[in-house]
Design a binder for this molecule. Structure first.
Ligand SMILES: [Zn+2]
Length: 291
């Protein structure tokens, strides 16, 4: 009798504890701080994200406002970590950023990879990779599999980010319109401008911002005579409103090679180059990557 009461009470206490624990967990995991962060938002969670980016060595102002700079950095990191490049910071992106801060790189296995090679590449050991990924059979990694590779080396992390192509200005000139929302100079409608406009005289040589392969060359509607170059790694650069195109689809171009002559074809008030950098299908502020 006594025993039964005690047992009941114990289980009631256990149940109560479980509920409290569950409430705590849900309280932490679910409400306000689990919102997906995106451009235009502000708040303490945005500030935390910016602190994280700062910790990773990016120059970012911690003002709690999710502006174009923060979004560009997020997209660049998503690209290099093999995530969907959407500029949205949900749980997956936060997890990856935290891992990165702890020196853990997310890697998608390519065909021909083996752990010995990866350990060399990331300056770590095979046993570290096995341990971190809980691999039952280290001989059977397969292409497409995602591994988390812990590295102790800051040099490795910076080399990892250094894989981003280096972009040069395609023309020299005054930037007449920046990236972001603006009133369109022709239509007078507020819209998102996915590139930068650089005012240059008609016929100025437009140069490839980085080496790559031409994937589009020709009339592109309001964008006028345009060229698109694929640089690998998901990066493309876009050059619009030209008067003449000097390359063809399939051409391999070197950085700095003349690919077009500037103009005012398409929807343009005067001769200028509309220059864009995209990661996947997302534009990024070119000023973040140009130098
Ligand atoms: Zn433009």
């Amino acid at each position: 009798m006594q025993y039964t009461t005690l047992a009941k009470r114990t289980s009631a206490v256990r149940c109560g504890l479980a509920i409290i624990l569950l409430t705590l967990l849900l309280g932490i995991a679910l409400p306000s701080n689990a919102r997906v962060l995106k451009r235009g938002m502000r708040g303490n969670d945005v500030a935390s994200l910016q602190v994280l980016l700062l910790d990773l060595g990016y120059k970012v102002v911690v003002d709690g406002v999710f502006g174009p700079k923060t979004e560009s950095l997020v997209k660049a990191i998503q690209q290099s970590m093999g995530l969907r490049v959407d500029g949205l910071v949900g749980q997956q992106t936060i997890t990856v950023l935290n891992q990165l801060r702890q020196g853990v790189v997310r890697y998608t296995v390519q065909s021909g990879d083996n752990l010995t090679r990866l350990a060399q590449l990331y300056d770590t050991t095979v046993s570290n990779i096995i341990k971190y990924n809980d691999l039952a059979n280290p001989d059977s990694i397969r292409p497409g599999q995602v591994l988390h590779i812990p590295t102790t080396s800051l040099a490795v992390l910076s080399r990892f980010f250094a894989n981003q192509p280096k972009f040069l200005w395609p023309v020299q000139g005054r930037m007449s319109s920046g990236y972001g929302y603006r009133i369109h100079p022709v239509t007078k409608v507020r819209h998102f401008h996915g590139g930068i406009d650089i005012a240059v005289p008609q016929g100025t040589q437009v140069r490839a911002s980085a080496a790559g392969r031409v994937v589009r060359a020709g009339a592109m509607g309001n964008y006028g005579l345009g060229v698109v170059i694929d640089h690998g790694g998901g990066y493309t650069t876009w050059y619009g409103h030209n008067s003449q195109i000097l390359v063809r689809v399939g051409d391999v171009v070197q950085q700095g090679q003349a690919i077009a002559l500037s103009g005012r074809t398409g929807l343009a008030t005067g001769p200028h180059l509309d220059f864009r950098i995209k990661i996947g299908d997302q534009t990024i502020d070119p000023l973040e990557l140009l130098f």
